[in-house]
Structures are given as structure tokens and as C-alpha cells.
Ligand binder design. Sequence first.
Ligand code: SAM
Length: 286
Amino acid sequence: MLNSDNWFTEVYPDEGSALSLELTEKLHQEQTPWQKLEVYQTTKFGRLMLLDGCIMLTGRDNFIYHEMMTHPVLCTHPAPQKVLIIGGGDCGCLREVLKHPEVRHAHQVDLDQRVTWASEKFFPELCESNNDRRASLSFTDGVAFIEQAEEGSYDIIIVDSVDPVGQAARLYSKEFYQACYAGLSEDGILIAQSESPLFHKDLIHSMQSRMADVGFKDTTTLFFPQCTYPSGWWSASMAFKAGKPLGFRTVDIETEYYNNDIHQAAQAMPQFMRKVSRSESTSKGE
Ligand code: SAM
């Protein structure tokens, strides 16, 4: 929603809250075959990308999200060589994945080529690894892609999708997690962005319950700040095909947020997240 006085406001109607960013200029707008895509210049948050009116990323704070969607899972896996990114069209996760020398191939599959076009034009810093010889980019539906993948193709699958609406809703389904489970190697790990712990606790629990239902032996939640996402507090859910490894590898890579202490602290479970809400317990037949 654009206010008359140069402010963009994303309203969270179910939560009675909103977030506003001050704008200086509209840089781009189009209706892609899949979604409305907008890019703005802000006064203090760098450039801003919206998809269907929702904040996808800003130049100022995307580093936290992209580092937390990649480094914890890559450092937890003993030898991450083959990585699949579903969604992630802004290429920020791809850039972080390719900082790891162990990675031999990173394949990004986003539905909408225009998102990557816009990122290359307006967020070139996120796309600096797009021409890495280990990278490949495809533009198709991520659900169909993983359903057709050979069994055991990937060590890591990263699901960097929009909220569970429209074309992305299926990226939160049991069928999709089943396909990811099959597409992962024996000690493979899935990580999916799982929304706000404060606003979407039940979604996090239901995602991880579906992951367990399809066979993942362990799941865990990463908590991290993301000030331009709803509530300013975000999460990612990791699912381990062969069980959660003990410990994690320390790697020597350039980061702004992630480090060994953050890796451990991000998995500390807040007390309210330990409790299963009544709606969940009844849905689980407990
Ligand atoms: N970090 C953002 C967030 O947490 O909302 C997500 C950023 S990324 C730009 C989200 C991407 O998901 C978009 O580029 C969109 O095109 C992609 N996407 C949505 N549905 C998809 C699907 N079924 N298959 C592949 N990509 C999809």
C-alpha cells in the first residue's frame, strides 16, 4: 500500500500491525505471468523488492535471512556437494551457498524469471555468483521439478519461497515434503523458511509435523531477526533424513550475521514454542 506521503506500508490485517518504509523513487513495476513485481528506492533501507505487495527483501537487511537460510544447514551437513534451491529468485541464497568450497553444484529453481531479472538489475550484489561455473538457474515450478528429480539427487534442499499462498502454497504440502525426502541423499537435509514464530507458530509446528510424517527423523527450528518481515522475527525449519548430526562444521567464510555462536543460539527454543496449541493437539488426535 503506497501512502500519499512517500511511505510504503505492508499491513498484516490478521495481526493488527503493519510495517512502513520511507520511499524516494519507484524504480520498476510489472505484472509478471505469476505475480506483481515492484522495486523502490528507500531512504534508509536501500532498495526494496515487493511481490504481490509483500516485502521480499531490502538492500539493508536481507543478509540476515540469506545467511540463516544457508550457512547453518550447510555447516550441519558433513559434506554438502549438491544443493537445490527452490524459489530464491533474488539469488541471495545462491550467493551464500556458493561461498562454501565443498559445494560442487547449486541449482536454483524459481517459478518466475522476472524476479531474477529484477534482482540482476536492481540488486546486483545478490547476483554476483550467478555465473559461477557451479551454479545453474532454472525457471519452472519447484514442486513439479522435485517430483521429477531422481531419488537421492541432493545433499541439501533449500526452500526459499514466498508465504504459503497462491503458487507457493504447494511448497508447504505433505506431498512436496515427500518429494523432497525422496530427492535427498541418505544424510540429506531440507530447510524451509517457516514464517514468524510470533504470528505463525501453528504453521511452524504443522510444517515440521508434515516433515516428520513423510519420514524425516528429526526437525529443528532456527530463529533469527528479520526486521522487514511480519513481526520482525523469523524462522526456518530444518528436517534431517538420517537424524540430526551431532555438532556442526566451522567454516572460514565471509559473513555479516552468521557465526558459530549464532549457529547454536538460533536453535534455542523459546518457551512458548515448546507448547503445542490446543488446535494442534486436537489435529494430532492427542
Ligand atoms: N525471502 C522471501 C520470503 O521469505 O518471503 C522469499 C524470496 S524469493 C524472491 C520467493 C520466490 O518464491 C519468488 O521469486 C517466487 O517466484 C518463488 N516461488 C513461488 N512459488 C514457487 C513455486 N511453486 N516454485 C518455485 N518458485 C516459487
